[in-house]
Ligand binder design. Structure first.
Ligand code: GRF
Length: 193
């Protein structure tokens, strides 16, 4: 299996990024190779996590991320053939969608189309799920398009929301689902035989 060489785009804590890096190194045939992490927030914890694991990190401004003259040579120099979003809070610019058709993937911590769209990220989602009295929630792994949370769905997994569960409880069970499924689904979708 030819591994997919990925760039992980992240803005926050980076637990998914760390998990994907660990998975990529767990076996010779993991199907994934993480070339670099791109981060738009200089204070994001993902920078320390990736650095500790020896993965190069590029901290870029929004303007740089939206600039093809910055991004394309950087990604080409690392041989990147796919982009994986893991808690990345900016929209992916059109020139990247055009350069990597079908090869930009995101994970969203709800069962899209529920609890998706602008402003629906992180804790806001889990709080909304609890406030709506949902009895189940889950994760959605999907292709990225120019519409926020709107690309074709690749995979969903569900988890029950127990009566009385808090947003913290929901977040914990969502992270467990993400850990179990995201790297595996990425490898299956992106690696080439
Ligand atoms: C995850 O819940 C992911 O689904 C969402 O943002 C969160 C990022 O968490 N897109 P982390 O930075 O990977 O810890």
């Amino acid at each position: 299996m030819k591994p997919s060489v990925i760039a992980i785009f992240a803005s926050g804590s980076g637990s998914n990024a760390e998990n994907i890096i660990a998975y990529s190194r767990a076996g010779a045939d993991s199907g994934l190779e993480v070339a670099l992490v791109v981060c738009n927030r200089p204070d994001a914890r993902v920078i320390e996590r990736a650095g500790r694991l020896g993965v190069p990190v590029e901290v870029l401004t929004r303007a740089e991320i939206n600039d093809p003259a910055v991004m394309l040579p950087m990604l080409d120099a690392c041989g990147v053939d796919a982009i994986v979003l893991a808690g990345f809070l900016l929209m992916v610019p059109d020139f990247l969608l055009a350069r990597y058709p079908g090869r930009i993937i995101n994970i969203h911590p709800s069962l899209l189309p529920k609890f998706g769209g602008k402003g629906m990220y992180g804790r806001h989602i889990h709080e909304a799920v609890v406030a709506a009295g949902e009895t189940e929630t889950g994760i959605t792994i999907h292709h990225v398009s120019s519409e926020c949370d709107g690309g074709a769905i690749i995979f969903q997994a569900t988890v029950a929301v127990a009566p009385g569960a808090t947003a913290d409880d929901v977040e914990t069970s969502i992270h467990a689902l993400e850990r179990t499924h995201y790297p595996r689904v990425l490898a299956a979708t992106l690696s080439r035989r």
